[in-house]
Design a protein around this ligand. Structure first.
Ligand code: PEP
Length: 254
């Protein structure tokens, strides 16, 4: 049985006081949640304080990125996996489409970041997903296949088993357009079959694969009901504690 996960990606939103106010309001809203894992990814500046406030609760913390270099070293502007762990996070989002599109992240850098995270005992949440033109040209599976093959290249099955994957079609992120449950399920099934080919049945069956892309309480139920969708990575819908808690409870009560 795969334990469901709902993760929130705050992107470049929330100052430290805003982040702590979210935590204050959110904690009691999800205190009864036991089946669903909950993860929040604040900006780096708020990571430590948010993690401190959430210590001992059922809400874990992720960073939104991680340096590819294990460090320490002369890498101005980068934050190492060890530093992220030190700030109290257990997870790191890697290869988000905004980083791929706006900051030249490649499958090779994704692979290096996965290694750096695993090396510091930080668990990766690895994002994959096709652009609209890929889907329109019938290349959606080919693109996602290439991202997984190169991004998870040369990992052992035991390393791969520590990864959560997030399928986030680029055309659905922050656009208000959501993939239909059928489109998302088809891709999740495809990803699981690729994991089987690369790492064997155990990893394929046990890996949590999240859907991401304009998910909110009004549209998430059909997606979360699909057999290969194990939860969600939520951007805009995670900024408001009540809305994000609603998404968590929809998955918790399934
Ligand atoms: C995301 O940032 O991972 C995301 C899915 O964003 P949104 O929910 O806003 O589309």
């Amino acid at each position: 049985m795969r334990r469901p996960v709902i993760a929130g990606n705050w992107k470049m939103y929330k100052t430290i006081p805003e982040a702590l106010e979210f935590v204050r309001q959110f904690k009691p809203l999800v205190v009864s949640v036991t089946r669903c894992e909950i993860i929040i990814a604040p900006p780096f500046t708020a990571l430590k304080q948010v993690a401190d406030r959430l210590e001992g609760t059922n809400v874990q913390v992720a960073s939104q990125d991680v340096a590819a270099e294990p460090g320490p070293g002369a890498f101005t502007g980068e934050v190492s996996a060890t530093m992220i762990k030190d700030a109290g996070a257990r997870w790191a989002i890697i290869g988000h489409s905004e980083r791929r599109q706006l900051y030249c992240e490649t499958d090779d850098s994704v692979n290096a970041k996965i290694r750096a995270a695993l090396g510091a005992d930080l668990n990766p949440i690895v994002c994959v997903g096709e652009r609209l033109e890929d889907r329109d040209q019938g290349r959606a599976q080919m693109v996602v296949d290439a991202q997984i093959t190169a991004g998870m290249h040369n990992l052992t099955a035991s390393e791969a088993s520590r990864i959560i994957l997030a399928y986030e079609p680029v055309w659905a992120i922050g656009t208000g357009r959501t993939a239909t449950p059928e489109i998302a399920q088809e891709m999740h099934w495809f990803i699981r079959s690729r994991l089987k080919g690369m790492f064997g049945e155990g990893v394929s069956e046990n890996t949590r694969i999240l859907y991401g892309g304009s998910a909110k309480p009004e549209n998430v139920e059909g997606l979360l009901n699909q057999p290969d969708i194990d939860g969600g990575l939520v951007g805009g819908g995670s900024l408001d504690p009540e809305i994000f808690a609603k998404v968590v409870h929809i998955r918790e009560s399934r």
